[in-house]
Ligand binder design. Structure first.
Ligand code: LLP
Length: 385
């Protein structure tokens, strides 16, 4: 089955472009809010890194989610889209001074601090402004995730977070600081996680750490378990909306919250992944020595995930119903890794055919580059066509 696209309307649009199905985005947001009603005390922050298109950010903000940012630029994008500063959390191993100052000046909800040295800098910068920064400690839980190694973050070997053994000494240090307030713990184990057992393992780790802190009479206001819920790249039409029910139920079942404690999530891919497709045009169909290539006008500069993570995006020919043939689907960039898929079957393809690369709403447009002096892809919303 092919996705439901307004192919007629695509004919006059310059390719390549991102197509965002905002009806699906709204349905996805609705599904999240339905679950949140079931779990009072749960708060979802949208991970801006997945897609910072201003129109998409605005729709997400209107639905009522907060924002999770990892740079000053993302904080600015979130504020411009109307997210309230007190619904913005800010993580990142390398926060520069201007970024910290921006967070302080705008009174963001929380800095997710990733090292003792960063904490000292935040305290100094906050002192200069006579402010108090709200900070959560990002703890590296040493919990693995069954996903690509480039998007695993919660292992001891990764650069992210504070080692568990350093947690208490750093909390003790915060208590001596005048311009920093300890408001919680933060975790994130990785991305594109489809197996709920991985999140369950994180729950067990959080319980263990909470018990440890509780025995020392340390109270934690907020727990933030990050994001990571994956999407179905193989069959986007069978699972257009991720299984938020099982995801939140996993935490409800296994993470022991204390009375009044809030549980925060930072979902990116699961919110925007399935609503987006990269639409490209076939430039040439070329018979190689041993292979047949479909050469698109979109390349790794528009969608880098296949080149960077060997990610598979479902590919469909929107212009053809001809009998299937086997092709390598590639882009025009001067790099051997500029390949979207090898040896896949597509409906018989010819020059001019429109091709959709599905499930590209997350980490697509935002990771585009201008390598080879190419133009950045633009995006069109379904509701504006
Ligand atoms: N919170 C933190 C601290 C993160 O590092 C990330 C993603 C998220 C939340 C959101 O994760 P999500 O819900 O989207 O899985 N470019 C890669 C993904 C990198 C993810 C980085 N961190 C890709 O295209 O697969």
């Amino acid at each position: 089955m092919k996705g439901d696209f307004p192919v007629e309307k695509f004919q006059d649009i310059e390719t390549p472009f991102y197509y965002y199905d905002t009806k699906l985005l709204r349905q996805t947001l609705h599904a999240i809010h339905e679950e949140l009603e079931r779990h009072p005390g749960y708060c979802v922050h949208y991970a801006v890194k997945a897609n910072a298109n201003p129109k998409i950010l605005r729709i997400i903000r209107q639905s009522g989610l907060g924002a999770d940012c990892v740079s000053g630029g993302e904080i600015q994008a979130a504020l411009a889209a109307g997210f309230q500063a007190d619904r913005i959390v800010y993580a990142g191993v390398g926060k520069s001074d201007w970024e910290i100052n921006l967070g302080l000046d705008r009174d963001i909800s929380c800095f997710n601090v990733e090292s003792a040295v960063e904490l000292e800098v935040i305290n100094q910068l906050a002192a200069r402004r006579n402010k108090t920064a709200r900070v959560a400690l990002r703890i590296n839980p040493d919990v693995g995730a069954h996903t690509h190694e480039n998007i695993t973050t919660g292992l001891a070997e990764n650069k992210f977070g504070i080692a568990m053994k350093d947690m208490e000494p750093i909390i003790a240090r915060i208590r001596t600081m005048e311009h920093v307030k300890f408001v919680g713990l933060h975790f994130h184990i990785g991305s594109q996680i489809r197996d709920m057992e991985d999140f369950k393992a994180l729950c067990f780790r959080v319980n263990e750490l909470q018990d440890r802190l509780e025995s020392q009479h340390i109270v934690i206001e907020n727990i933030n378990v990050g994001g990571g819920l994956g999407i179905n790249y193989d069959s986007p039409d069978e699972e257009p909306i991720p299984d938020f029910k099982s995801y939140f139920a996993t935490y409800a079942r296994h993470l022991r919250l204390r009375p009044g404690q809030k549980l925060h999530f930072e979902l990116g891919r699961a919110v925007v992944g399935q609503m987006g497709s990269l639409i490209a045009r076939t430039l040439y169909v070329k018979q190689g020595a041993s292979k047949q290539f479909v050469i698109l006008d979109a390349g790794m500069t528009d969608l880098i995930r296949p080149a960077l993570y060997h990610a598979r995006h479902k590919i469909e020919n929107l212009s053809s119903n001809a009998p299937g043939e086997v092709y390598d689907v590639v882009g025009p960039i001067c790099e051997s890794s500029d390949v979207f898929a090898k040896s896949i079957t597509l409906d018989g393809t010819k020059r001019g055919d429109l091709i959709a690369l599905r499930s590209a709403g997350a980490y697509g447009e935002i990771m585009a580059s201008q390598y080879n002096c190419r133009r950045l892809p633009i995006a069109h919303l379904s509701e504006e066509l």
